[in-house]
Design a protein around this ligand. Structure first.
Ligand SMILES: *[C@@H]1O[C@H](CO)[C@@H](O)[C@H](O)[C@H]1NC(C)=O
Ligand SMILES: *[C@@H]1O[C@H](CO)[C@@H](O)[C@H](O)[C@H]1NC(C)=O
Ligand SMILES: *[C@@H]1O[C@H](CO)[C@@H](O)[C@H](O)[C@H]1NC(C)=O
Ligand SMILES: *[C@@H]1O[C@H](CO)[C@@H](O)[C@H](O)[C@H]1NC(C)=O
Ligand SMILES: *[C@@H]1O[C@H](CO)[C@@H](O)[C@H](O)[C@H]1NC(C)=O
Ligand SMILES: *[C@@H]1O[C@H](CO)[C@@H](O)[C@H](O)[C@H]1NC(C)=O
Ligand SMILES: *[C@@H]1O[C@H](CO)[C@@H](O)[C@H](O)[C@H]1NC(C)=O
Ligand SMILES: *[C@@H]1O[C@H](CO)[C@@H](O)[C@H](O)[C@H]1NC(C)=O
Ligand SMILES: *[C@@H]1O[C@H](CO)[C@@H](O)[C@H](O)[C@H]1NC(C)=O
Ligand SMILES: *[C@@H]1O[C@H](CO)[C@@H](O)[C@H](O)[C@H]1NC(C)=O
Ligand SMILES: *[C@@H]1O[C@H](CO)[C@@H](O)[C@H](O)[C@H]1NC(C)=O
Length: 785
């Protein structure tokens, strides 16, 4: 194969640099607006959302990694109170902290990923304090309002008085308002660059990105750029011209202004431009100024574009109330589509917050019909998205996006195809550019599922070309590179091990590659997705080639002696039960053959024995719902004729891993996959095999859920009276016709419909097939096992 194209257009780079410092339009700042009446559009659904859910947890891996931020669905920049410096494994807001050090326009998409191109706006009073450690203001959660569209908090500045900060945000513009009550002279600092911590606080791991700021008192603007991209150290795309650009426009005139150093606290009053590291700028307002309103346009293209974004999304004269109202309406447009009856208030909060989480990523990377691409480091026309955690989201998050945000699906797929054209490969984990995080080329699954479900508003032939390349072209140096997690200085990881020896023997060699057992099973599933796409495109010989490989590869690592999957070395010897797993173990991964559950059941001795194996898995504490490899496992009982056990396990997993507290997500949200599991489970079905076009039936949580699917005339209505207290299913009908198997086809519900579950507080025979009991007779699973 050829290495990815890394051609750089230096002409474009120069243009970006020039644009960055072009002068603003000769318009003046907006002037403080009289607060308009804050008439909040009704939406009980939005009111149920609690953005604090998933911020807590005893450790980064035990936390949802979510932050209480404002932005519309799929917004490019989220605004959040900054309580600590964020980096890989640390979010900018931590509920246990007691001081706020500014308000950050963040692009960090998940707790394990790095920040990029952020800007921080810091109010203060008295002596200007740009240094992080000096500028904290204490606050209490009692004085904090947190909603998806509007947040406010009261803080105590060191010199006395109070500062109340409020914020809302459109996709590319943050809207903040600071009210000063009995304080010293008000000021605002804008932080462009900071010392960036990479992975650990050790000084050896700190870098100093160099950016720029400029202050223009005539337009009341502070603007500049920040090239920080904490993931630069991993992944094949250097993106040398990457910067987050910003343009902050203030309502009040600057009495004093200058640049500042956020390392040593030095202030350079009167200076209007500076480049460098740990760089901030500031504006001090007249004594007695009570309210300062600031709108901050951001861009990945230029300062000029950031200013255009500001003018088009939140033009001069817009009040914070108007911005917040618009953003609330954007959330209500999605959340109000779901109406729920029954269940506790907490259950509804968990559900609507889950929906809110699933509508955050991937996020818009385009602005004004253009986007900066980190793959070829230039600006292109079109729509683009970033923040794709595909190893997580191919499971259920994508199926849910197809349900609730179908208008985004073509653009999101086209965005991946652009990544392919500009960088040479489809994304695995795109955070501005490829980061090589996790394993498998599950973009194959996203594309196949989209085409299967009727989406073709993208370049389908290029899509085929791209997934075919995933399935047939190994990465560079496939024979001598491990491609371990976050390995530095390697090319695109894609299907590491494809040529050594997966394509000839069926498994990825554990003595050559990291995570070889997981890779084998994931590549086999991806091959299945490629075969599904091939057959949809009538490419029959490719379809049968990849189907064969998808069906045979998983069992090339099935150890019949132990009954478990076991990674193998190149020569075929076993690598041991512990080796070769990605965020899981042999228990989770032995169930990872969603494309051939029958084949797996057969190798595990038939349905009865498979159900016993599932019981051992759960009762032995091996199911780890905090991580994705376990997500489909409870649904496998239904596929082995033991539906009542799926119903029971799903309910208890939901109860144990989700609640309406700050700690209410037991594992990383992972761009919406944790929440997508809860949502589908609450509806009563789950996409165990995402490219099969069928859902496996579990048992719903509420008495009734009504969803107005976008672009569809009829609602999807799920009626399951008494579900909150009766977790078992007695019978099921779809549009009045009884369903005897625990399977629902996407095509049967994508146009709406009525699903009625008869619920029961004890296990029933429905979905519990009559199976051989091994003694020549037959029996019902739920009574005997
Ligand atoms: C929040 O901070 C506490 C105390 O420092 C820490 O134990 C916890 O791991 C942090 N949470 C996250 C998600 O980083
Ligand atoms: C999660 O983090 C804690 C503390 O850092 C660690 O002890 C634990 O092993 C981690 N768990 C997993 C599943 O990685
Ligand atoms: C730097 O961070 C990486 C994780 O990103 C870690 O593996 C490494 O040990 C750290 N180095 C130092 C010197 O702390
Ligand atoms: C900052 O850097 C830019 C680009 O290199 C340059 O054009 C500009 O003159 C510099 N500004 C200052 C104040 O040094
Ligand atoms: C800020 O101060 C640090 C030393 O404390 C220095 O390394 C850095 O260059 C300074 N930044 C600017 C923009 O002057
Ligand atoms: C792998 O092989 C390639 C080509 O022979 C060589 O350039 C590269 O240095 C090798 N890498 C390692 C880690 O040995
Ligand atoms: C595949 O073949 C079927 C049946 O001949 C046809 O209806 C369909 O349009 C074809 N699809 C494509 C993408 O060519
Ligand atoms: C299968 O398991 C047995 C028993 O643990 C072990 O001796 C053997 O090496 C394994 N074989 C393979 C190919 O993994
Ligand atoms: C196992 O159970 C499933 C679901 O009831 C059924 O479709 C399948 O035929 C059963 N397999 C065997 C071998 O009985
Ligand atoms: C629903 O809420 C109740 C009360 O808060 C809680 O006990 C139960 O576990 C929740 N159910 C689910 C499925 O989350
Ligand atoms: C909420 O869920 C978390 C994560 O599973 C758990 O640690 C915590 O105890 C639960 N809290 C309540 C009040 O149930």
């Amino acid at each position: 194969m050829s290495p990815p194209s890394q051609s750089r257009s230096w002409r474009a780079s120069l243009l970006l640099a020039l644009l960055a410092f072009s002068k603003p339009d000769a318009t003046c700042g907006a002037g403080a607006q009289a607060p308009a009446a804050f008439s909040v559009p009704k939406s009980s659904a939005v009111d149920y959302v609690d953005p604090l859910i998933g911020n807590g947890g005893d450790s980064p891996n035990g936390s949802g990694g979510m932050i209480p931020s404002t932005a519309p669905p799929f917004g490019m920049t989220r605004w959040v109170a900054q309580t600590r410096q964020n980096y890989v494994s640390v979010t900018p807001y931590n509920y246990t902290d007691s001081s706020i050090h500014g308000f950050q326009g963040t692009h960090q998409p998940a707790i394990w990923m790095g920040e990029s191109g952020q800007v921080v706006i810091i109010p203060g009073a008295g002596d200007v304090k740009p240094v992080f450690a000096d500028r904290g203001m204490s606050f209490s959660h009692d004085n904090e309002v947190v909603t998806p569209s509007y947040c406010s908090v009261s803080m105590d500045p060191p010199g006395g008085g109070r500062i109340r900060a409020e914020h809302s945000a459109t996709s590319r513009v943050g809207h903040l308002r600071f009210s000063f009550d009995s304080t010293d002279t008000p000021y605002v600092v804008v932080e462009a660059t900071r010392a960036s911590v990479m992975g650990s606080a050790d000084p050896a791991n700190v870098t100093y990105p160099s950016g720029s700021v400029a202050v223009d008192p005539s337009t009341r603007e502070i603007y500049g750029r920040n090239p920080e991209r904490q993931d630069f150290i991993i992944g094949p795309d250097p993106a040398p011209c990457f910067s987050g650009y910003f343009c902050a426009r203030f309502s009040e005139p600057f009495k004093i202004y200058g640049t500042a150093n956020n390392s040593n606290g030095q202030l350079l009053a009167g200076e209007t431009e500076r480049n460098g590291t740990q760089l901030s700028a500031y504006a001090v307002f007249e004594d007695g100024t009570e309210v300062v309103d600031v709108r901050v346009g951001v861009s990945l293209i230029s300062v000029e574009q950031a200013r255009k974004n500001l003018d088009s999304e939140i033009p001069d004269g817009t009040t914070l109330e108007q911005t917040a109202q618009k953003v609330r309406e954007a959330w209500a447009e999605k959340l109000d589509r779901i109406q729920v009856e029954g269940g506790s208030a907490e259950n509804k909060t968990v559900l609507y917050t889950a929906v809110y989480h699933t509508l955050q990523y991937p996020y818009e990377q385009h602005e004004d019909g253009k986007y900066y691409s980190g793959y070829d480091d230039t600006v292109h026309d079109g729509e683009s998205y970033t923040g794709y955690s595909i190893w997580d989201t191919f499971r259920a998050q994508w199926a849910w996006t197809i349900f609730l945000a179908p208008e985004r699906v073509n653009g999101m797929v086209q965005s991946m195809l652009q990544d392919y054209k500009e960088g040479g490969w489809l994304p695995m984990w795109k955070n501005i550019v490829e980061t090589n995080i996790m394993v498998g080329t599950h973009a194959d699954s996203l594309i196949a599922e989209a085409v299967l479900k009727g989406f073709t508003g993208f370049d389908v032939e290029t899509a085929w070309e791209a997934v075919y390349k995933d399935a047939t072209v190994p990465p560079v140096n496939d024979w001598n590179t491990s491609y371990f997690d976050r390995e530095e200085n390697v090319g695109y990881e894609v299907r590491a091990g494809l040529s050594s020896v997966y394509d000839t023997k069926g498994w990825v060699a554990s003595d050559i590659h990291s995570e070889a057992g997981s890779r084998t099973l994931d590549y086999a599933y991806d091959d299945y997705a490629v075969s599904v796409l091939a057959s949809l495109l009538n490419k029959t010989s490719e379809a049968s080639f990849f189907l064969d490989r998808a069906m045979s590869s998983p069992f090339s690592i099935f150890n019949a002696t132990t009954g478990f999957m076991e990674a193998r070395n190149a020569d075929g010897s076993g690598a041991g039960e512990e080796a070769g797993w990605t965020e899981g173990d042999m228990w989770a991964y032995t169930f990872d053959v969603v494309q051939d559950v029958d084949g797996l059941v057969e190798r595990r001795g038939g349905n009865m024995s498979f159900v016993e194996f599932l019981d051992q898995h759960f009762d032995g504490g091996h199911n780890d719902h905090t991580n994705e490899p376990s997500h489909h496992i409870p649904y496998m009982y239904s596929l082995a004729g033991a539906a009542s056990k799926t119903q029971e396990r799903v309910r208890s997993i939901a109860e144990e891993n989700y609640n309406a507290s700050v700690n209410g997500l037991s594992g990383n949200e992972d761009c919406g996959q944790m929440s997508a599991w809860f949502i589908f489970s609450a509806l009563g079905f789950y996409p165990v095999d995402p490219v099969s076009g069928v859902y496996v039936v579990g048992a719903p949580f509420f008495d009734k859920i009504h969803i107005d699917l976008p672009g569809v005339q009829n609602p999807l209505v799920i009626i399951s009276s008494n579900a909150p207290t009766a977790p078992y299913v007695g019978s099921l009908t779809l549009n009045g016709a009884p369903l005897h198997e625990p399977i629902i086809h996407h095509s049967e519900i994508s146009g709406g419909g009525v699903i009625v579950f008869e619920m029961s507080s004890v296990p029933k025979g429905w979905g519990n097939a009559v199976i051989e009991d091994g003694a020549g007779g037959t029996t019902l699973v739920h009574q005997e096992l």
